[in-house]
Unconditional design. Structure first.
Ligand code: PMP
Length: 437
C-alpha cells in the first residue's frame, strides 16, 4: 500500500469511527436507549409509536416542577409569571419550528388525536353540509378517519378516499376525479404510520386549494422525519403529537391559520377559553386561548419546546442523512430472501425508515405478526404488531395485521441487524413443529 493510500484508509477509518462516536454520544442523551434486556442492550424499533426522550426534555420539565411550578395566565406573583412566560415561550418555539407565521394559530392539545377531533368538531360541524365532501386517503390513521366519519354523519356530508398505487404511494392520478368544487376539505396524513412513504404534500395542497378546499395535514409521523414549513406549504391545519417528536406524552399541537380558527366555535368549554360569562351565555377569549379550555399541560408544553431545541440542535440535514442510511440498510435486510414482504416503496428516496412487513417461516407458512412480535420482544427487539390503527389500509392491502419496525435518527444500523437476526431465528423457530411432524 502506498503511503497516500494508507493515509487515506486511516482517515476513512477515523471518519467512520467519529460518525459512530457521534451516534454513541447522541444515544447517551436518551436514557431509555441504555436499557438492557437479559444482559443485552434493548433494541428499540418502535419510534413511530413513541419516540424516546432526551435528557434535555426531562431537565426542562423538572425545572418547571422544581422552580417555576404554578398555574399559567392566572396568578399575580413571580412564580406564576415565570410559569406563564415558560409556557408561552414554548408556543413561540413551536411556531418557529413549524414555520407558522402567527403564534395565535398555535393551539396546545393533548395530542394529534385531540387536535384532529378539534378540527372535525369545531370546523367540520360548522362548515360541512349536505352534498359537501371531505377527501381523505385510504392510508389514514383511525384518528384522521373516525372523527370525519362522525362529522360527515352529523352534517350529511360525504367522505371520499384517494387510493394507493401498487407500490403503496398515494395515487395522484385520481385527484382530478376526486377533488371537485364539492370538496370542502382535504385531510391527509403527511406520512403514513404503516407505509413510511413520503407524501407529495405541496402538490396535494395546491391541487386542493385550486378547487377552494381547505387542507388539514396529520403530521404525527411526518414531524420527526422532515422539516415542516407551514407558511410555505399553505395548509390550513396541521396536527402533531409531542411524544412522537422526542417530547413528553400528553401534549400535542394544532397549528392553524388564525383566520380558520376565528371562524370556528370552541371545541371544549370551561375556564380560560371565555372572555365574559353570564348565566345565559358566554363570549370567547382571543386566539389561541379560545381553544385551550382549563389548565393546560404546562410542563408538557415546556418539555415539547425543549424537544424542538434538541431536534434543531441536530438539524434536519443530519437527520435526513442518518435516516437515508437506515432506510437503505433496512431495505437491504428486509427482503424476500429472508421471507419478508415489505410494504411501501422500495426506493429509499421515497420513504422513511418505518418498515411494516409480513414474514413467512422457513417452510413458507405465514408467521402471525403478534407471534413474531412476541418472540422478537422476548429477545429484546421492540417492534409493534397489529392493525397499526389503520384497519382500512390493511384491508386494502389484503392483510389483517403487520409487524412494524420503526426507526428514528438515533437508531443504529446494528439495531436493524439485530432485527434481521431475530427474524431469521423466528423463521426457524416457527417452522420447527412442522419439520418435526
Ligand atoms: N396519526 C398518525 C399518522 C399516527 O401515527 C398517530 C399515532 N400512532 C396518530 C395520528 C395519533 O396520535 P396520538 O395517539 O399521539 O394522538
Amino acid at each position: 500500500m502506498t503511503l497516500l493510500r494508507a493515509a487515506a484508509a486511516t482517515a476513512a477509518r477515523r471518519g467512520a469511527r467519529s460518525a459512530e462516536l457521534d451516534l454513541d454520544r447522541l444515544r447517551a442523551d436518551f436514557p431509555a436507549l441504555e436499557r438492557e434486556h437479559d444482559g443485552r442492550r434493548q433494541v428499540y424499533l418502535d419510534s413511530a409509536a413513541s419516540s424516546q426522550t432526551p435528557r434535555a426534555v426531562l431537565d426542562a420539565m423538572s425545572r418547571y416542577y422544581l422552580e417555576q411550578r404554578a398555574n399559567v395566565h392566572r396568578g399575580d406573583y413571580a412564580l406564576a409569571f415565570e410559569a406563564t412566560l415558560a409556557y408561552e415561550a414554548a408556543r413561540d418555539r413551536i411556531a418557529r419550528f413549524l414555520g407558522a407565521p402567527d403564534r395565535r394559530g398555535v393551539v396546545f392539545t393533548r395530542g394529534t388525536t385531540e387536535a384532529l377531533n378539534l378540527v372535525a368538531h369545531a370546523w367540520g360541524r360548522r362548515h360541512l353540509g349536505p352534498g359537501d365532501e371531505v377527501l381523505l386517503t385510504v392510508a389514514e390513521h383511525h384518528s384522521n378517519l373516525v372523527p370525519w366519519q362522525l362529522a360527515a354523519r352529523a352534517r350529511g356530508a360525504t367522505l371520499r378516499f384517494l387510493p394507493l398505487t401498487e407500490e403503496g404511494e398515494l395515487d395522484l392520478s385520481a385527484l382530478d376525479r376526486l377533488l371537485t368544487r364539492r370538496t370542502r376539505l382535504l385531510a391527509v396524513t403527511g406520512m403514513s404510520n404503516v407505509l413510511g412513504a413520503r407524501v407529495p404534500l405541496a402538490a396535494l395542497v395546491s391541487a386542493a386549494r385550486s378547487v377552494g378546499a381547505r387542507v388539514l395535514v396529520d403530521a404525527a409521523q411526518l414531524a420527526l422525519h422532515e422539516r415542516i414549513d407551514l407558511a410555505g406549504l399553505g395548509a390550513d391545519f396541521l396536527a402533531l403529537s409531542g411524544h412522537k417528536l422526542l417530547g413528553p406524552t400528553g401534549i400535542g399541537v394544532l397549528a392553524a391559520r388564525p383566520e380558520r380558527l376565528e371562524e370556528m366555535d370552541p371545541f371544549l368549554a370551561g375556564g380560560e377559553m371565555v372572555d365574559d360569562v353570564t348565566l345565559e351565555g358566554a363570549t370567547w377569549n382571543e386566539l389561541p386561548y379560545r381553544f385551550e379550555a382549563g389548565t393546560p399541560p404546562i410542563a408538557e408544553a415546556i418539555g415539547l419546546g425543549a424537544a424542538l431545541d434538541y431536534l434543531e440542535g441536530i438539524g434536519f440535514a443530519a437527520i435526513r442523512a442518518r435516516e437515508a442510511a437506515l432506510t437503505r440498510h433496512g431495505l437491504a435486510l428486509l427482503d424476500a430472501g429472508r421471507g419478508v414482504r415489505l410494504l411501501g416503496p422500495r426506493d429509499p428516496a421515497r420513504r422513511a425508515p418505518v418498515f411494516s412487513f409480513s414474514v413467512v417461516d422457513a417452510s413458507g407458512d405465514p408467521i402471525h405478526p403478534h407471534d413474531l412480535a412476541t418472540l422478537l420482544g422476548a429477545e429484546g427487539v421492540a417492534v409493534r404488531a397489529g392493525h397499526q390503527c389503520a384497519r382500512p389500509l390493511l384491508r386494502e392491502l389484503g392483510l389483517s395485521a403487520v409487524t412494524r419496525a420503526s426507526c428514528a435518527f438515533y437508531t443504529s444500523l446494528a439495531e436493524l441487524d439485530a432485527l434481521a437476526a431475530a427474524i431469521d431465528h423466528a423463521r426457524t423457530f416457527f417452522s420447527r413443529p412442522r419439520a418435526r411432524g
